[in-house]
Design a protein. Structure first.
Length: 197
């Protein structure tokens, strides 16, 4: 709705809710998103004083990302995050920030990210992968690896990306123990991975 019915890129807070109401979207109370398992997990984190990224070394983060290339050569990326638990009220992560957690450019690639969002924002990770391809002449695999294993890691950030270029090449580097990921090609080839290839 923001893309199709406004000249803007992003709304947040009360302004987002007003816009959603104006567009006739269904609003639900916060309790709708509450599960007993997540409430217990949050309570454990509050008791320990840890933020989500400081918890167990391998944990499903809840990010769902997708990148796609259509038959006309258009690239698209989308990212939905489970968010960081025990974060400060009002914190916005990298997923909705174009160039940080999500980015697509038909001349280079589409990228969707998961991990510690503050580092993806500071490193403009998704855009940086595209920029290395466009201005540095690197391939998708080279660019994605340079950013995840170079820039992000050197900053102290953890996470990974799924990325797709305009030729249909896939790159999915990460600097964590594992990252749930997979792909399907036009020919029907599929691959699902958790740890290293």
């Amino acid at each position: 709705m923001v893309m199709e019915r406004s000249p803007h890129v992003m709304f947040a807070g009360e302004g987002a809710e007003v816009f959603a109401r104006e567009q006739g979207l269904e609003l639900v109370p916060n309790e709708y998103f509450r599960t007993e398992e997540r409430v217990k997990q949050l309570q454990r984190m509050k008791e320990s004083g840890a933020a989500r990224f400081e918890s167990e070394p391998f944990e499903k983060y809840g990010t769902v990302g997708a990148v796609a290339l259509d038959e006309a050569g258009n690239l698209a990326a989308g990212t939905s995050t489970g968010g960081m638990m025990n974060k400060r009220f009002g914190r916005i992560g990298d997923s909705p920030i174009v160039g940080a957690g999500t980015y697509a450019d038909n001349t280079t690639c589409a990228v969707s990210s998961t991990g510690h969002g503050e580092y993806f924002i500071r490193g403009v990770v998704a855009y940086r992968i595209s920029a290395l391809m466009q201005y540095g002449g690197l391939s998708l695999a080279e660019s994605a690896a340079a950013v995840i294993h170079g820039t992000l890691t050197e900053m102290g950030g953890t996470g990974g990306v799924i990325a797709l270029d305009r030729e249909g090449n896939v790159a999915m580097p990460f600097n964590t123990t594992g990252m749930f990921r997979g792909y399907i090609t036009e020919s029907g080839e599929t691959k699902v991975l958790i740890y290293r290839d």
